[in-house]
Design a binder for this molecule. Structure first.
Ligand SMILES: Nc1ncnc2c1ncn2[C@@H]1O[C@H](COP(=O)(O)OP(=O)(O)OP(=O)(O)O)[C@@H](O)[C@H]1O
Ligand SMILES: [Mg+2]
Length: 569
């Protein structure tokens, strides 16, 4: 089972701090212990040296008195020395173990056994071993609760002493007695205790200070950078790739932070590129979808126009002969009616009916003719023509309408070569239809000026004619159907809805294109491209062309004066 690791296991700072602190504490404690031991030994040596010095001082101070056997004087000197600080006992033992002289007068005359420590300078287990000197011998704890130091030194019989008369009984003895000097270790113990206390306090303070400094260093050098790295990873995990981890210096963690920043930067760039790619992809998918939709619409429009073209061509060809017959028989009837011997008053209404049939047949013939132009059921013969001339002629024809509708004309013709290979009459018919539509669209404008802008441009491959007006514009839902035959908003009396169908047929019949851009309430621009055909050629049929087998347009065309026969059936 997973258990959450403890704080020590989790925190890098603690994992470093604890062993370091323990190491420092142990090192400082060891250092303090060694120092304490050294001081203690040094002091002990000093006390021992002091004891030796004091012993030799006592010996010198009492030397003369002893030599001259002035024991009272020696006694009083020993007493006076014994009252000095640090001395716990100054004794002189006689050869028989009796305390002959002492700083503590109460113990004078006391005899120590021969096996005692005092006698061990000369006797081991009661047997004489010969004189020797014991210095700085350790003594058991003294009565005041402190350890003491003791120096036992043999008082030898000197030549000066043994030759004197003062104490002849001693003259034959090599050893006169033993000087016993004892000093308390109380001052030493106090100094040692003070030193221990000071050392202890200093060591604790040092451990705490060292621990604090180490903790501060670890915090500054390890904890803070690691914390910043940690915080940075948390921010990145949260999606913030603009984050930067600032760790000053050139050490490992600073380099790690630098590498980390580099990685985040790469990650951000990669993410931005990815986002950009996905945006571009989305955009391109949208563009392609739009293009596809447009292409689909165009296809549908082309198909519609093609079907309409077929239908128109069929209807036109089928109507052409009956219409020719009606017109021919109406005229024949009028002629024969005029030759009949009938009263003019009685024949007039019949003649009027026949004249009406004649007029309406001609009108129907016009419609049939235009349908044929839209359908391009016939191929046409082209010649060299000037687009400038065609446009100028067309403008001249509509001049009267321009003046009538108070339309300002702005015309710019092609400055370079205006030549195109086209069927002049058809192109002029198309330009006229467009000009008339534009003028009619500006009829009765009140809120703005009526302006007609006609512009011809071109390059080596084609000429571009644009006709712009500031008229009423076309509703968006009508635009896709604008070139279909019989689409009109002008009512039955003023428009048939064949003008733009004719334009479409002419333009496509010449291998060109036509587009319309319109804003309702602002105006419309028709732009048509016509290729410059250098060589005279038969223009390929467009919508519905060649689908009218056996069409016979000549009979009706002759009547209407139109050049249907120019292209041939
Ligand atoms: N410049 C234009 N400004 C506004 N609407 C236009 C413009 N040109 C054409 N239209 C619209 O397109 C319709 C079709 O035009 P089209 O020329 O084919 O037929 P029409 O002008 O109505 O009749 P006609 O057969 O006499 O030309 C028009 O009824 C009109 O609504
Ligand atoms: Mg029209």
């Amino acid at each position: 089972m997973f258990t959450k690791p403890g704080l020590l296991a989790r925190s890098l700072e603690l994992r470093l701090l604890v062993p370091l602190a323990i190491t420092i504490a142990v090192a400082l404690a060891l250092h303090a212990a060694i120092g304490y031991w050294g001081v203690r030994e040094e002091l002990r040596r000093f006390i021992k040296a002091d004891l030796a010095r004091s012993t030799s001082l006592i010996r010198s101070a009492t030397h003369d008195g002893m030599l001259l056997n002035r024991l009272d004087e020696v006694q009083s000197r020993i007493e006076s020395l014994g009252s000095s600080e640090g001395f716990t006992a100054i004794r002189v033992y006689a050869k028989d173990g009796r305390i002959a002289l002492t700083a503590d007068t109460g113990e004078r005359g006391r005899v120590v056994p021969i096996t005692s420590d005092e006698c061990a300078v000369c006797h081991v287990n009661g047997e004489r071993t010969g004189p020797k000197v014991l210095r700085n011998a350790d003594m058991p704890v003294l009565g005041d609760g402190h350890e003491g130091q003791r120096a036992l030194s043999v008082i030898m019989n000197e030549r000066g002493c043994s030759s004197l008369e003062c104490h002849p009984p001693a003259s034959h003895r090599p050893v006169l007695g033993v000087l016993d000097v004892q000093m308390t270790m109380a001052p030493f113990d106090e100094a040692i205790s003070r030193a221990r206390q000071q050392l202890g306090t200093t060591t604790i303070l040092l451990i705490m200070t060292a621990g604090l400094i180490v903790a501060l260093f670890i915090r500054r050098l390890i904890h803070e950078p690691v914390e910043r790295l940690h915080e940075g990873t948390r921010r990145i995990a949260g999606g913030d790739l603009h984050t930067r981890i600032e760790v000053a210096g050139h050490h490992d963690l600073a380099q790690l932070a630098g590498a980390f920043n580099g990685m985040v930067n790469d990650l951000r760039v990669a993410r931005e590129e990815l986002a950009e790619w996905s945006r571009t992809l989305e955009r391109r998918v949208e563009e392609k979808t739009r293009e596809l939709r447009e292409a689909q619409k165009r296809m549908t429009r082309v198909e519609t126009m093609a079907s309409l073209g077929k239908l128109s061509a069929t209807v036109a060809h089928e109507l052409n002969n009956p219409l020719s017959g009606i017109l021919a028989y109406a005229r024949l009837s009028r002629r024969e009616l005029s030759e009949l011997a009938i009263e003019p008053g009685a024949a007039a209404p019949i003649d009027g009916y026949l004249a009406l049939i004649d007029r309406e047949s001609v009108r129907c013939g016009e419609i049939v003719k235009n349908l044929l132009v839209f359908a391009r059921g016939q191929s046409v013969r082209t010649t060299m023509a000037s687009i400038n001339e065609i446009v100028e002629n067309s403008l001249m024809l509509v001049r009267h309408h321009l003046e009538m509708h108070r339309v300002r004309l702005e015309a710019t013709l092609l400055s370079g070569d205006p030549t195109i290979v086209a069927e002049r009459g058809r192109v002029q018919q198309a330009v006229l239809a467009l000009l008339m539509n534009a003028i009619e669209a500006m009829h009765g404008l009140k809120d703005r000026e009526a302006v007609l802008r006609v512009r011809v441009e071109g390059d080596d491959e084609r000429v571009v004619l644009s006709i712009e007006d500031t008229g009423v514009g076309i509703e968006p839902e009508l635009v896709p159907h604008i070139f279909e035959p019989f689409v009109t908003t002008k009512g039955e009396t003023s428009g048939v809805g064949l003008g733009l169908a004719v334009v479409y047929g002419v333009v496509h019949g010449h291998g060109g294109e036509i587009t319309v851009r319109s804003t309702p309430g602002a105006g419309t621009t028709f732009t048509l491209w016509l290729p410059r055909r250098r060589a005279e050629a038969s223009i390929e049929p467009a919508a519905g062309e060649g689908v009218v087998p056996g069409a016979r347009p000549q009979a009706f065309a002759a009547e209407t004066g139109e050049s249907c026969e120019r292209g041939g059936a």
